[in-house]
Ligand binder design. Structure first.
Ligand SMILES: Nc1ncnc2c1ncn2[C@@H]1O[C@H](COP(=O)(O)OP(=O)(O)OP(=O)(O)O)[C@@H](O)[C@H]1O
Ligand SMILES: [Mg+2]
Length: 154
């Protein structure tokens, strides 16, 4: 995986802005795992990506934690999936993920790294990390990894 991009954001709005900038980075047909702890900003980033792609307004993008799959655009150009509540790869497969991966859309999967065996080999990885700043400010590091050769992201 090549680390292609890195952002540091200091508010949820900055994370949405990073998402809007990221929107053009992914091909029309791609799968990207959103990795990061609870509250890291995965859904917030997705709001920006969906807006940047012209698929939805940020305020219309909500967490799929309980609904599991949200679709945006007509025709659908973004699938937003959350595997947090699933226990097994089999449950994830039963959602019909293989068909969704084949669809001509950008598929964003929160907690997708829980079941690496169900992901396509060419999935992107977006990693969100809370940064501890001295002044107690809430900051996030967002790193995007492109499938390819192994490389360290600095
Ligand atoms: N720099 C920042 N970027 C993103 N979110 C931030 C930032 N600073 C503070 N926040 C807050 O952190 C929370 C992030 O929530 P969000 O639902 O996007 O996280 P998530 O990673 O999707 O969590 P979950 O794993 O529960 O789905 C929001 O309440 C947001 O306001
Ligand atoms: Mg979320």
């Amino acid at each position: 995986m090549i680390c292609a991009l890195r952002f540091e954001t200091h508010s949820d709005e900055e994370t949405r802005a990073a998402g809007r900038r990221l929107a053009g980075f992914f091909p029309a047909h791609a799968v990207a795992v959103l990795a990061g702890d609870l509250g890291a900003g995965k859904t917030t980033l997705t709001q920006g990506i969906a807006e940047g792609r012209g698929a939805a307004r940020a305020e219309d993008v909500s967490s799929p934690t309980f609904t599991l799959i949200h679709e945006y655009g007509d025709p659908v150009s973004i699938y937003h999936i959350d595997l947090y509540r699933l226990d097994t790869a089999e449950e994830a497969r039963r959602l019909g993920l293989e068909d969704i991966f084949d669809a001509p859309a950008l598929v964003l999967i929160e907690w997708g790294d829980k079941f690496p065996e169900i992901l396509p080999a060419d999935a992107f990885r977006i990693e969100l990390t809370r940064l501890e700043l001295a002044d107690g400010e809430e900051a996030r590091e967002i790193r995007v990894w492109t499938p390819g050769t192994e490389m360290v992201c600095t």
